[in-house]
Ligand binder design. Structure first.
Ligand SMILES: Nc1ncnc2c1ncn2[C@@H]1O[C@H](COP(=O)(O)OP(=O)(O)O)[C@@H](O)[C@H]1O
Ligand SMILES: [Mg+2]
Length: 158
């Protein structure tokens, strides 16, 4: 089963992120893959909006990870937003200790996380971002999907 969502514009990529928040549970790690400009950061802005993050979400490319306080009724109090594009060595990703950072009440979303999937050492959700010929984006979800998650992803997919 694949779960896909098509996004015709920047705002529909944000909407996809906003809707994806309903799939998230405290403790989740979500890896985003897709070329530069595919819409990963745009998507995280939508997730942040749905989780009640007040700060502005921008690309963490140079600082690698940002923590945002989240205010929602889903038990998710922190959004960890990372970008491991510039990481040279997998050891540097290990040093970020994202698995540990995501204590019970946090979720981590990692841009370019596919480059470092092996270091997470836990089950993850993956979202692949593809750019269509007409510049729309297609987002495909896979990974650790139990029955509850499957029905949430079905509702998310369009
Ligand atoms: N569905 C879409 N259709 C067209 N442009 C989009 C779409 N989603 C995002 N964009 C645009 O693509 C550009 C790059 O997005 P960004 O989220 O920074 O990509 P990434 O984080 O993957 O490098 C932004 O200008 C954004 O507005
Ligand atoms: Mg980005």
């Amino acid at each position: 089963m694949t779960y896909q969502r098509l996004c015709a514009s920047d705002s529909s990529t944000q909407d996809a992120g906003e809707a994806f928040a309903a799939v998230l549970r405290p403790g989740d790690v979500v890896l985003l893959s897709g070329r530069l400009g595919a819409g990963k950061t745009t998507f995280v802005k939508g997730v942040a909006r749905a989780l009640g993050v007040i700060e502005r979400v921008t690309s963490p490319t140079f600082i690698m990870v940002r923590q945002h306080d989240a205010h929602n009724d889903r038990g998710i109090t922190t959004l960890h937003h990372a970008d491991v594009y510039r990481v040279d060595h997998l050891g540097d990703v290990l040093d970020l200790d994202l698995g540990e950072l995501v204590e019970e009440a946090g979720v981590a979303i990692v841009e370019w996380g596919d480059l470092a999937e092996s270091v997470f050492g836990r089950e993850v959700l993956t979202l692949a971002f593809d750019v269509d010929d007409d510049e729309g984006r297609r987002i495909s979800a896979a990974g650790s999907i139990d029955a509850e998650r499957a029905s949430a992803l079905e509702a998310w997919a369009s």
